[in-house]
Design a protein around this ligand. Structure first.
Ligand code: AMP
Ligand code: MG
Length: 483
């Protein structure tokens, strides 16, 4: 049986504060995620899991803690951050590694500043489901174990119902943890945290000599971040608030806010309507990933030599490019991408942007493109000269592909292009059901997200609209940071 430890307590006392959750009143358990129960090998009964999720301390758990960190928010350093709306319940060692359990929306901590420490149902439902969506698209992400709903009103732009949930991630250590230690200037503390990350997330680095270990740690975090963001781009995911305190050192998608999957392809799509400058627009995510890695590298100067920094940042660029081209090439049915095709992919995206074409539908239509009769493809993209030229060029690239075979190419596109995409319009429908106390659609969706490439029969039969681009009024819903 798995046991909940509080390993973070082995670190110095000023790294965290002891906290107690503020239990949610009259809470109802919306859902337990059977996948996570299995991964963690949990044997706690439903009552215990419900109590833990609702913020009641049970006999199964150590005292929670709130972690201190800092970070760059929208480009500016904020020294005043930490777990203000969540607390670490502890960690569990499994055969596949260590996982943190973190209770979100459990009330105020010393880092809450003026916030209430609570979470609302809307954003909690979104986080609960997006972790599943990304995981089954092969995009590393934190996920959720459980979700509760309480009728307590929480004040945001309007009053909303309160929710609490347990988030599970390889670690809750963010880039911002290291930024904070760099600010303190304590090499000793920096080493302690770096060793803790190695032990809990990257144990394969443990045996390296001290002179290499921390350089390799930074390099591994940077490479994992580059891979992650390349995958976001390929699946059309926009995070929305890529502040450095929302970047996990495990390279997992983390700390969700106003995220969105693309609908109509807009290169500069901004999913967060508080992001007036478009700092975190879809097109900016790769650059911001690098920017955040630069901030992390700067912090690592506390313990490593400057000469290592540029080669590590170069790793970001090469890893990103390679991962992105592999994924995007496959999305176009081109399995061994050539240099000339790189430019072709970029130009294709510009044309899609100009034509306001649904990002996901485009690739489905492409997988059905009949080279000798492209009419139905033109019906979708438009009969313009630009698309006719595009199509001719595409077929040339497809011919050059070492495995030129239209059936294989179609299949390759299908393995990369989900039919069921958790668009914001769908989430909105689920939230409305949950707000009425009906959790069935959420549970069904959690199951359906397991097979995004081959949607379940029930989904196809009863919710065919979930497999289609959204209607006009549901398109590209932009959300605010408030959650
Ligand atoms: P976020 O934008 O969610 O990444 O949060 C940025 C910082 O504000 C973190 O230190 C959070 O813990 C804190 N925070 C966000 N919302 C709240 C809230 N409702 N109550 C307390 N702290 C919050
Ligand atoms: Mg955050």
């Amino acid at each position: 049986m798995s046991e909940l430890q509080q390993s973070y307590r082995h670190l110095p006392k000023h790294f965290y504060s002891d906290v107690l959750p503020e239990p949610a009143i009259d809470s109802r358990l919306i859902d337990l995620n059977p996948d996570i129960i299995e991964t963690l090998n949990l044997t706690w009964d439903e009552k215990t899991l419900h109590e833990m999720t609702a913020g009641k301390l049970t006999s199964k758990q150590p005292q929670p803690i709130a972690q201190k960190y800092t970070g760059h928010q929208f480009g500016y350093y904020n020294p005043d951050l930490g777990d203000g709306r969540g607390m670490l319940l502890g960690d569990i060692q499994t055969d596949t590694g260590r996982y943190d359990l973190h209770l979100k929306g459990a009330g105020q901590t010393p880092y809450s500043r003026r916030g209430d420490g609570r979470a609302v149902l809307r954003s909690s439902v979104r986080e609960y489901l997006i972790g599943e969506a990304l995981h089954y698209l092969d995009v590393p992400s934190s996920r959720c174990l459980s979700l509760c709903h309480s009728p307590e009103p929480v004040r945001r732009e309007r009053f909303e119902d309160r929710a609490t949930y347990i988030r599970v991630a390889k670690t809750h250590i963010r880039f911002g943890h290291f930024e904070w230690l760099a600010e303190l200037g304590s090499r000793q503390d920096f080493y302690k945290l770096a060793d803790f990350v190695i032990e809990s997330v990257y144990p394969q680095l443990q045996s390296l000599p001290a002179g290499d270990k921390y350089v390799e740690l930074l390099k591994t975090i940077v490479a994992n971040t580059a891979k992650l963001i390349a995958k976001w781009q390929a699946v059309g995911f926009c995070h929305g608030v890529m502040n450095s305190d929302n970047m996990s050192v495990a390279g997992e998608t983390f700390d969700f806010g106003p995220f969105a999957f693309l609908d109509d392809f807009q290169i500069h799509y901004i999913c967060n309507h508080s992001d007036t400058e478009g700092r975190y627009a879809y097109s900016q995510q790769p650059n911001i990933g690098l920017w955040n890695c630069q901030v992390l590298a700067q912090a690592f100067l506390t313990i490593i030599d400057q000469k290592h920094i540029q080669p590590i940042l170069d790793t970001y660029v090469t890893t990103y490019n390679q991962t992105y081209l592999n994924h995007m090439g496959a999305k176009f049915g081109l399995d061994q991408i050539q240099e000339t095709q790189r430019e072709f992919i970029g130009n294709s995206l510009i044309l899609m942007d100009q034509s306001q074409i649904d990002f996901h539908q485009f690739f489905h239509k492409l997988s059905r493109l009949n080279p000798s009769n492209p009419e139905s493809f033109y019906q979708f993209v438009g009969h313009s000269k630009a698309w006719r030229n595009w199509c001719a060029e595409y077929l040339e690239h497809a011919q050059e592909n070492p495995h030129a075979d239209s059936l294989k190419q179609s299949n390759l596109i299908r393995t990369q292009t989900a039919k069921f995409v958790l668009r914001n319009g769908i989430l909105q429908r689920i939230i409305e059901q949950c707000e009425k106390g009906d959790y069935e659609l959420l549970k069904q969706t959690r199951e359906w997200l397991k097979t995004p490439f081959e949607p379940a029969g029930e989904l196809v039969e009863h919710f065919p609209e979930f497999l289609q681009p959204p209607a006009g009024n549901e398109k590209a819903i932009a959300l605010s940071c408030s959650s």
